[in-house]
Design a protein around this ligand. Structure first.
Ligand SMILES: [Zn+2]
Length: 273
């Protein structure tokens, strides 16, 4: 790591991570200096690691770094919210999602898996041409993402940045890890790449819930300006009628937005001052 890179990593340490580092130093000093303290010091370090891991597995936690789960006040004042659609593009589901959004005159953000963007470049370009935004959802959507180190994080994210920029002409500015799971190595990589971690206000669990009404209820409970909602066009669960759940949820969700006078915007729009 270059001196500048280490400096920026230090600047990016949150109070929680800083306290964890101090906790480690204190435990190590106690283990060396205080007779009989070693087992207690080890216990203190293990406990700290449990808390760090839990923070990384809590998608909306800000303990490990900046993490946006609602649009800023300026967007709220404009009556904006954000629909986000993960894990595509999917040649069966995404075109139907785009048609529903167009019919309602609403915009969305697609957190695409770069491998799928490379497989379906025309579909990815269409998402952007129709006024939506594609953001970084890793290269391959690895299920062990929260166990990776800084180098693997950089590889995953850089590949996805490159592919999305090559295919659509627009480099992502937001990132979302698979299922929202990550660890303390992610924040410095995001900062170096100028990417903002974006989670969500509410999700419907539409990758495993077959009942579209329940997904809709989860998403719309207390729906208000500023909300960021999570849906999936890739890996979508099938409804009882055998259709991708997102396609049954979206028409009702979009009708609800209209009734409440809310406008779904892309994340770059919604995060703008
Ligand atoms: Zn995902």
């Amino acid at each position: 790591m270059s001196p500048t890179a280490s400096l920026s990593a230090v600047r990016f340490v949150t109070p929680f991570v800083g306290a964890s580092i101090a906790w480690h130093c204190l435990a190590a000093a106690a283990a060396v200096l205080v007779p009989g303290a070693a087992p207690w010091a080890l216990g203190a370090i293990v406990l700290n690691h449990v808390v760090i891991t839990a923070a990384g597995l809590a998608p909306r936690s800000t303990l490990l770094g900046r993490n946006i789960s609602r649009l800023p006040d300026a967007a709220v004042a404009r009556g904006e919210m954000a629909i986000t659609v993960d894990d595509g593009p999917d040649p069966e589901v995404t075109p139907a999602v785009l048609d529903l959004l167009d019919a309602a005159g609403q915009k969305a953000t697609f957190f695409c898996i770069a491998e799928r963007v490379a497989q379906h470049p025309g579909l990815a370009r269409e998402i952007v041409l129709r006024g939506h935004s594609i953001q970084n959802h890793t290269a391959r959507h690895r299920h062990d993402f929260s166990l990776l180190g800084p180098r693997a994080y950089a590889r995953e994210l850089e590949y996805a940045q490159r592919i999305v920029a090559q295919v659509t002409g627009q480099a992502p500015v937001c990132f979302r890890p698979p299922a929202g799971f990550r660890n303390m190595f992610l924040a410095p990589v995001l900062q170096r790449m100028n990417l903002t971690l974006v989670s969500w206000t509410r999700r419907g669990f539409d990758t495993r819930e077959a009942d579209a009404q329940r997904v809709l209820e989860r998403l719309t409970r207390g729906l208000a300006a500023g909300d960021i909602l999570l849906l999936h066009d890739g890996n979508s669960a099938r409804s009882l009628q055998g259709r991708p759940v997102v396609l049954e949820v979206l028409p009702q969700l979009l009708a609800g937005l209209k009734a409440q006078g809310l406008r779904s915007v892309t994340l770059p729009q919604g995060l703008a001052a």
